[in-house]
Design a protein around this ligand. Structure first.
Ligand code: G3P
Ligand code: MG
Length: 357
């Protein structure tokens, strides 16, 4: 006989709260767990490893599909993370796939940006690496780079033989910065070409700039190095400043990611979906799909991004700022004060569980 969830887990009652975790500077620094994150997360599961408290990761980072990131996080943190629990900066690009249905787009950033876009439903997508490799001499500095570029690597193979789309006649209709760009100089050069020449590098300068999207706009973020590292927002400033100096009309672009309120609205909807997955065997008074949380905790390290975003999102968000990343202050942050400041994510979970259970 199928036992109901409540029989298996008589306590606690359905929680009226959910949690969103920032990753870099809260859960990890580089690939290393920080702030007692594995122990803290373990408390959100039952002894048998099933999820007890609805939570997700809300990161501005990315570069690999959510399904892969879920596997990677599961192994780093020792709990089972589902793809649904991973929301990355680029995740909202999914909503643009129909708009670019049969159009060529380029994907920029570390990891597998083109694979991410394909998983989101984009049909004709090339990474900027592959795209640039089809244009001889597009990067005059490539021969001086001490790492192996795709172009240098494939010098002996005919470019036409490798060509998947005719990039010499087919215009790029959109550029998507999926994750932190690696080769800033080359990427800025190629993006300026694509954006100034209406999607055909080396051809006439035009006025119809193809749309440009950024997954996030973090100026700095916390990685493994002791002080903050330049993020996608810094790359955006560099590109924008150069583009505006060489082109007659200013760069047009759209940035996603925290602190946009839409990211928090979307996270709320996903948490409610996670809630209904966890409590599927229980009857709900408010209907499984539209579960209303009394409180959703945002645990972040970046005041301008995580805390600012949660404050702008308003009810039911409650912001908790840790001291393990971008923020190191003794007191609260002056410009973007959090509802609570703690040292680590472990302390944050301790506070939440004491208050809620
Ligand atoms: O590149 C990652 C960075 O921009 C921020 O990641 O997890 O702190 O939102 P996170
Ligand atoms: Mg962070």
């Amino acid at each position: 006989l199928r036992r109901s969830f409540s029989q298996i887990h008589p306590t606690p009652q359905r929680p009226s709260f959910g949690i969103a975790f920032d990753i870099d500077g809260v859960i990890l620094r580089g690939q290393t767990p920080i702030g007692g994150s594995p122990q803290a997360l373990k408390r959100l599961y039952h002894d048998n490893g099933t999820l007890r408290i609805p939570f997700l990761f809300l990161t501005n980072g990315g570069g690999i599909p959510e399904s892969k990131r879920a596997v990677e996080l599961s192994s780093l943190l020792g709990v089972q993370i589902l793809p649904l629990q991973v929301v990355q900066g680029a995740s909202p690009f999914k909503g643009l796939a129909n708009r670019f249905e049969n159009e060529l787009v380029i994907a920029i950033g570390k990891g597998e940006p083109a694979a991410v876009m394909s998983e989101y439903g984009f049909k004709k997508v090339l990474s900027i690496d592959e795209y640039a490799s089809y244009f001889e001499d597009i990067d005059p500095l490539s021969q001086f780079k001490c790492w192996v570029t795709r172009q240098a690597n494939e010098k002996n193979t005919s470019r036409e033989a490798q060509l998947r789309y005719n990039v010499y006649s087919e215009r790029v209709k959109g550029a998507f910065v999926v994750s932190d760009p690696i080769d800033w100089g080359r990427d800025i050069q190629v993006l300026c070409d694509v954006l100034r020449c209406e999607g055909l590098p080396g051809k006439d300068i035009g006025h119809q700039q193809p749309p440009l999207y950024f997954a996030a706009d973090d100026l700095e973020y916390q990685a493994a190095f002791p002080s903050e590292r330049l993020g996608m927002g810094a790359f955006r400033i560099a590109l924008e400043s150069i583009f505006n100096s060489i082109h007659s009309s200013p760069l047009k672009f759209t940035s996603f990611g925290k602190p946009n309120p839409s990211v928090f609205k979307n996270a709320e909807a996903i948490l409610s979906q996670i809630f209904s997955n966890v409590y599927q065997d229980q009857e709900t008074e408010d209907g499984v799909k539209g579960h209303q949380f009394d409180t959703i905790y945002m645990i972040g390290d970046n005041p301008a991004v995580d805390i600012n975003g949660a404050s702008k999102a308003g009810h039911p968000w409650f912001s908790i700022l840790t001291r393990t990343g971008v923020f190191r202050g003794k007191d609260n942050h002056a410009k973007h004060p959090a509802d609570l400041v703690v040292d680590t994510v472990e302390e944050a979970i301790d506070y939440i569980l004491k208050k809620e259970l």
